[in-house]
Design a protein around this ligand. Structure first.
Ligand SMILES: [Zn+2]
Length: 119
């Protein structure tokens, strides 16, 4: 019998899975989808954010899960570890610049709150 994971353990588990995701082919393919032909001042590739339409270096690009890893009407702790892994590894995702990702995550939080209120 496995003990119910503590919040702390669950959080570190999630962080590790998200870190592992960065090393998957899916992550690379997602980021490569927005790779432009333009090069930065030091010759590095630039990536076109689909939201702000600005070219960014790879260091400013993040991958956003859509649908989100935790559905809007659920809490992280409602999901089993298997569901978390599946959602991180297999949900559709898109590459965005850090600023647009931050803005999208903030608006997701509003949707999340509304979804829970209506539950
Ligand atoms: Zn952007």
């Amino acid at each position: 019998m496995i003990d119910k994971p503590t919040k702390k353990r669950r959080l570190s588990f999630l962080t590790q899975i998200r870190r592992a995701f960065i090393f998957t082919q899916k992550y690379t393919d997602t980021v490569d989808k927005i790779k432009s032909k333009s090069k930065g001042p030091r010759g590095g590739s630039l990536y076109l954010c689909p939201i702000c339409k600005i070219l960014h270096p790879k260091s400013k690009i993040e991958v956003d899960h859509n649908p989100p890893v935790t559905p809007f009407d659920k809490y992280q702790y409602d999901l089993s570890e298997e569901e978390v892994i599946n959602n991180i590894m297999y949900n559709d995702c898109q590459a965005l610049c850090k600023d647009c990702h931050k803005t999208k995550s903030a608006s997701d939080m509003i949707l999340r709150r509304a979804a829970k209120k209506n539950k």
